[in-house]
Design a protein around this ligand. Structure first.
Ligand SMILES: O=C(O)CCC(=O)C(=O)O
Length: 263
């Protein structure tokens, strides 16, 4: 599809859109079935215990079995609503596994981001009836999460706060502005990187097994490039297009090529 043609893109419902705009994050419980998760969970276990035993493309996320999540319909309808309604303008710029056992204080309570920002990476804007979000974190919680036992915590609505530099005044975990979630295995959490959030100490018996993918608009990149050629080379064209370079897809169009040949 070229940049001039529009395909129909599924989007969030009106209620979901209003909720995401209000809070800066949204949770979809039990999106993936155990069968769908089985090969992905097996890959995550190997990534933790015996990475070298995986085929080269599966050693680097989001390659291997986890690649099915790149354009999972449940995430595409969110990204089409908050980043761009054309898939060509959505980029996947980072991916990691968060695997934590009880007591794991890997990053601990480290609130960051939040507040209105002119930085395009963390941009969150509303204009003329739609949301324009920059970096967007997508978290696939492959194991269940008990509320208050280590899932990501947020200050709801803080992506639109006017007091960006004063948000640390509310950073105490008992400041009563923080919220978090509980969810069954296979749930999907999506949040704007512009909302103030933090990782938490993992205190539940079952480990956390969560895949974090970071999406952004095609014209912006926050993360340092780090994907391997083995991983990128193994992807289908539909998945590979999420890793195009950071430029506007109009330069791929026939019209642009015609213009270049004329000059
Ligand atoms: O570990 C978490 O739950 C949150 C990670 C985080 O802070 C981030 O992705 O920016």
């Amino acid at each position: 599809m070229g940049f001039l043609t529009k395909e129909w893109t599924p989007t969030l419902t009106e209620k979901e859109t209003v909720l995401f705009d209000l809070k800066g994050y949204i949770l979809f419980p039990a999106v993936l079935s155990e069968d769908e998760m089985a090969p992905i969970k097996a890959q995550c276990e190997k990534l933790r215990t015996d990475k070298a035993s995986l085929p080269p493309e599966a050693r680097c996320l989001p390659g291997g079995p986890a690649s099915v999540l790149i354009d999972h319909p449940a995430i595409m309808r969110v990204l089409h609503t908050i980043i761009d309604d054309e898939t060509e303008k959505i980029r996947l710029e980072g991916a990691f596994l968060s695997y934590r056992f009880k007591g794991d204080n890997h990053r601990g309570w480290t609130p960051h981001a939040g507040g209105k920002s002119v930085n395009p990476n963390y941009s969150y804007q509303y204009h003329d009836g739609r949301i324009y979000s920059g970096m967007t974190r997508v978290v696939w919680e492959l194991n269940g999460v008990e509320k208050g036992k280590g899932g990501t915590a947020f200050i709801p609505g803080s992506h639109k706060s006017n007091y960006r530099k004063k948000l640390p005044l509310l950073d105490d975990s008992d400041s009563e502005v923080w919220d978090t979630y509980g969810c069954p295995p296979g749930s999907l959490l999506v949040f704007s990187e512009a909302v103030r959030h933090t990782s938490c100490v993992w205190t539940q018996d079952e480990p956390r097994m969560a895949l974090f993918y970071a999406y952004n608009h095609i014209n912006v990149r926050h993360h340092k490039p780090g994907f391997t050629d083995d991983m990128l080379g193994s992807l289908s064209p539909e998945h590979r297009r999420f890793f195009s370079e950071v430029y506007h897809p109009q330069f791929d169009g026939d019209e642009w090529k015609r213009r270049l040949n004329r000059s």
